[in-house]
Design a protein around this ligand. Structure first.
Ligand SMILES: Nc1ncnc2c1ncn2[C@@H]1O[C@H](COP(=O)(O)OP(=O)(O)OP(=O)(O)O)[C@@H](O)[C@H]1O
Length: 450
């Protein structure tokens, strides 16, 4: 069987230690565009492991804005001229858009023949986020919302990020708890340190304990080498404890001790180890109710409920649906290299009538599935899962006409603003209304804060 262990070095034949130590992403391709080396920074920036990247054509790995039209590396390999500091973006392993500055040059053999190319890329996201903060806004990554309830969350997040307080995020499944946790981490001064997520519901007690605290060699049969736990991995950064409401009372007691002492003991260790990781806990169950039912320790609840963020379910912020739909279509267009233009108005009204028990994740999945069936133009009803249409017929929600009309208006306005790079005057002209009418409508629809 083939070993899945990543290669120790990113390359052969030139100084790999240098390549590994620089903070810019670097990869090389051969004359057939196949990736022949991929350094550690490239792995970190793209979220793609060296193993996944090596031997694959670079455009498959990067999904870059330049790949199709004006690939910098192609230009360099064809002309022999380097490119320096060209800004573009690519899509990382989670489908997020990462802005980078790209430089390229050729690789040649002793005879001066071009044998491939090298591309270095610098992650500009932190810079972009700083620029946004200077402009008085804040970079919340993929997090978007126009509903008043979510606006409060979005406004609170940068303030929370400045502190190191423990945070509790509550909300139904798929409402974006992990996304908010990542946003807090990315705005925190410790953002260079890791964000480590653990799903407390996924593991039985003994495994969860060794996962969180790690173990020393010889701690139990089969523990040949020591393994650091998630607390150790998250040092200086953030430990995201997802589904904390599902943790057993026994594990809750152990976690409480760590939060009180800021130290933990790996299995088989003689000395406790210190931790300075910020804890963000999330739960889709109401922890206060669990406390009342004696299924969650009250003292632990007080420890983690220092700052509390409640994420509303999607059915309570349906005004966000058109924007989320636009965002997902944009993302999947980039990811799958397609040009889907939007959703049919009937589809949007169906979305507005649906209750979305799986929240934003469910909406995202529905759009991604539609991409399989819809090759171009707008997503139609026939591209939606049967269950959604059947449920709509069953519920036949007649009450939602008003909400649907509002959503359609909001979607049109958002599209016009996008087309005009947020110029209210030009968007109003495009929509055939006066600028002041557009402004009033945007206020009514909650697109502008009162
Ligand atoms: N406001 C938002 N804007 C855009 N995408 C979002 C938003 N909120 C959530 N998503 C997307 O929805 C999906 C689910 O989000 P996330 O995993 O953060 O939810 P969760 O509440 O942590 O879910 P679970 O409780 O099941 O772990 C993700 O793919 C995320 O990118």
């Amino acid at each position: 069987m083939q070993s899945l262990k990543p290669p120790e070095k990113p390359c052969n034949g030139f100084n790999c230690d240098i390549l590994e130590s620089i903070s810019d992403g670097v990869f090389t391709v051969d004359d057939k565009w196949l990736i022949t080396s991929f350094n550690r920074a490239a792995e970190q920036i793209t979220g793609i492991s060296r193993n996944q990247a090596m031997g694959r054509p670079c455009w498959e790995v990067f999904h870059s804005s330049l790949c199709e039209s004006e690939c910098a590396l192609r230009y360099t390999m064809e002309s022999g001229k380097p490119v320096v500091g060209k800004t573009c973006y690519f899509v990382d392993s989670r489908g997020r858009r990462i802005t980078v500055s790209v430089s390229t040059s050729v690789l040649s053999n002793d005879q001066g023949e071009i044998t491939g190319g090298v591309e270095t890329f610098r992650d500009l996201s932190a810079l972009e986020s700083l620029r946004l903060q200077l402009k008085g806004g804040f970079d919340m990554g993929e997090l978007i919302s126009h509903s008043p309830a979510m606006q409060k969350v979005l406004e609170l997040t940068p303030a929370v990020a400045e502190t190191s307080s423990t945070v509790l995020i509550q909300g139904e499944t798929g409402t974006g708890k992990e996304l908010v946790a990542r946003a807090i981490h990315s705005l925190h001064r410790g953002r260079e340190a890791p964000f480590v997520a653990v799903n407390c519901a996924a593991l039985p007690d003994t495994l969860l304990e060794s996962e969180l605290f790690g173990y020393k060699a010889g701690a139990f049969t089969g523990a040949e080498k020591s393994k650091p736990g998630r607390f150790a991995q998250a040092r200086g950064g953030t430990l995201f404890l997802d589904e904390i409401g599902d943790m057993s009372l026994n594990m809750q007691t152990k976690l409480l001790r760590v939060l009180q002492d800021r130290s933990f003991e790996p299995l088989g260790a003689v000395q406790p180890e210190k931790t300075d990781a910020r804890i963000i806990a999330a739960s889709n169950k109401d922890l206060e109710q669990l406390v009342e039912m004696k299924a969650f320790r009250q003292d632990l609840f007080y420890r983690i409920n220092v700052v509390r963020i409640d994420l509303p379910p999607l059915r309570e912020r349906k005004e966000d649906i058109p924007f989320l739909v636009d965002q997902f279509i944009e993302r999947f267009n980039r990811l799958y290299n397609r040009e889907i233009t939007g959703v049919d108005p009937q589809v949007l009204s169906l979305f507005m009538a649906h209750d979305w028990p799986g929240n934003i994740r469910e909406l995202e999945n529905v759009i991604e599935r539609a991409f399989v069936l819809c090759r171009s133009g707008e997503i139609q009803r026939s591209h939606l899962p049967r269950e959604l249409i059947i449920r709509e017929r069953r519920e036949n929600a007649p009450t939602d006409l008003h909400t649907t009309k509002q959503a359609l208006e909001a979607a049109n306005i958002s599209r016009a603003l996008k087309q005009t790079q947020n110029s209210m005057t030009r968007a109003a002209r495009l929509l055939g209304m006066h600028r002041s009418t557009l402004y009033r409508k945007m206020k009514q629809l909650g697109l502008i804060k009162m």
